[in-house]
Ligand binder design. Structure first.
Ligand SMILES: Cc1cc2nc3c(=O)[nH]c(=O)nc-3n(C[C@H](O)[C@H](O)[C@H](O)COP(=O)(O)OP(=O)(O)OC[C@H]3O[C@@H](n4cnc5c(N)ncnc54)[C@H](O)[C@@H]3O)c2cc1C
Length: 403
């Protein structure tokens, strides 16, 4: 059998197939396999999560989560962890239920997988970019064309990834093949990318981190697309960090024209904030408003809030309307968002091969017998937190079991 693409999904498909006795050739476009594993999680590889069951499935959204159920339940995070730990990669849990290697080296994860690839007898062919795939008229199998020649096999697993971080080799090559075989593509858009924002005061806050802000993204009609309570970072280009990045796929899916509302103080109600300002005015009315805002907000941010609310005065002179504006800003700092920084900065691709055309129990195409899909080429993506590797490994394993 042929596996095209030696990323997380293709490596696991190749290992599992070879370990059950299949002769496996793994074609990789780059000189080195698994580049995305190496750069993932800031070079530390957040390979999965502690979440399991329905809670894990829900992270991919209702429809995609339902489709992934079999893959995730047959290879849940503890099974992935056990596989890596038994290969000599001790793991540990960090904040936000993330699992990393104890060593902090993504290279350890990749090396463990490559050792299994070698031990299982997989023939890994680097620098062999698949150009096209066709059915072999002689025996109904497949012919995969590469500059290194044609490779033939009775079954093929396409694990060429999506379009994000194209410098790692993910340039959407598998999409053209899927389409040529009659598959529908859900239009791929960048996801888990920083948000570009065209508001100067946002740029001026570059460097500020909000560890626990609550972000609500709405479309042009005001409908809520997503709510996240995750760290948020202001940058010279807009907003980054897990919270904003988790929202980017929704912005791109809608083609822009979204509004982000940041609740800077989710633990306090508007009434609490209003009462606190009134109390400050009673206690010491000469203090400037900027010093009367919640101390957990960074000073530069407080100064910006006062400026945007036109409330640069003493707290005693703060009128009712200005106080209202300030409280509203703290509960919903509203920023128009039209796009992300795109595929070059996106950790994952949303969209891809339509799930309805792939059997979720085997990863086999419902249109083309013996053609399989695994990993990010499929219309699957999850938020930051190890969910994308988990899906790639679990779907790769199923393809390896059945192809
Ligand atoms: C910067 C960054 C950080 C990330 N961090 C995390 C993280 O910490 N946790 C997490 O869960 N996810 C993370 N992700 C997402 C995760 O890396 C991907 O979802 C996952 O790697 C997808 O695996 P895949 O095997 O489907 O695709 P890929 O890893 O993209 O692998 C596809 C492979 O196919 C090869 N290929 C492409 N075209 C061809 C062709 N024509 N012929 C032959 N080979 C081809 C590519 O070279 C590549 O090796 C991160 C992504 C990025 C970009």
């Amino acid at each position: 059998m042929l596996v095209v693409g030696a990323g997380a999904a293709g490596l696991l498909a190749a290992i599992v197939a070879a370990e059950r006795g299949r002769r496996v050739v793994l074609l990789e476009k780059n000189r080195r396999p698994g580049l995305k594993i190496l750069i993932s999680g800031g070079g530390r590889c957040n390979l999965t999560t502690t979440r399991t069951g329905a809670d894990l499935e829900a992270q991919y959204g209702a429809r995609r989560g339902r489709w992934l159920r079999h893959a995730l339940r047959s290879f849940p995070p503890p099974a992935l962890c056990a596989m890596l730990e038994s290969a000599g990669v001790p793991l540990r849990e960090e904040d936000l239920e993330k699992i990393f290697p104890v060593s902090g080296r993504a290279g350890d994860v990749l090396e463990a997988l490559l050792a299994r690839v070698r031990a299982a007898g997989v023939r890994l062919v680097p620098e062999a970019p698949m150009r096209s795939i066709e059915r072999d008229p002689r025996d109904g199998g497949f012919v995969v064309h590469t500059p290194q020649g044609a490779f033939r096999a009775p079954s093929v697993v396409l694990a060429t990834g999506g379009l994000s971080y194209p410098r790692t080799g993910a340039t959407g090559d598998g999409y053209a093949v899927a389409r040529a075989f009659g598959h529908t593509l859900v239009p791929p858009v960048p996801a888990l990318a920083p948000l570009a924002v065209d508001v100067p005061w946002v740029h001026a806050l570059a460097g500020i981190v909000l560890p626990a802000a609550e972000l609500t993204l709405r479309d042009a009609s005001g409908a809520v697309l997503c709510v996240r309570r995750r760290p948020t970072l202001f940058t010279h280009k807009g907003l980054s960090g897990p919270g904003p990045m988790d929202l980017s796929g929704f912005v791109e899916e809608r083609g822009g024209a979204c509004t982000l509302a940041i609740d800077l103080v989710p633990g306090q109600s508007s009434a609490d904030l209003d009462a606190a300002l009134l109390a400050e005015a009673q206690r010491d009315g000469r203090r400037s408003v900027v010093h009367c805002l919640p101390a957990e907000l960074p000073e530069r941010l407080r100064a910006t809030l006062v400026e945007v609310a036109a409330a640069d005065t003493t707290v005693a002179q703060l009128g009712r309307a200005a106080r209202r504006r300030l409280v509203d800003l703290m509960k919903a700092l509203t920023i128009p968002v039209h796009r992300s920084l795109g595929f070059s900065h996106a950790e994952v691709t949303r969209g891809g091969v339509a799930l309805a055309e792939v059997d979720p129990r085997t990863m086999e195409s419902r249109l083309v017998p013996r053609l399989y899909f695994a990993g990010e080429i499929l219309d699957i993506d999850g938020p930051i937190g190890g969910f994308n590797f988990q899906a790639a490994f679990a779907t790769g394993r199923l393809a390896g079991l059945h192809a």
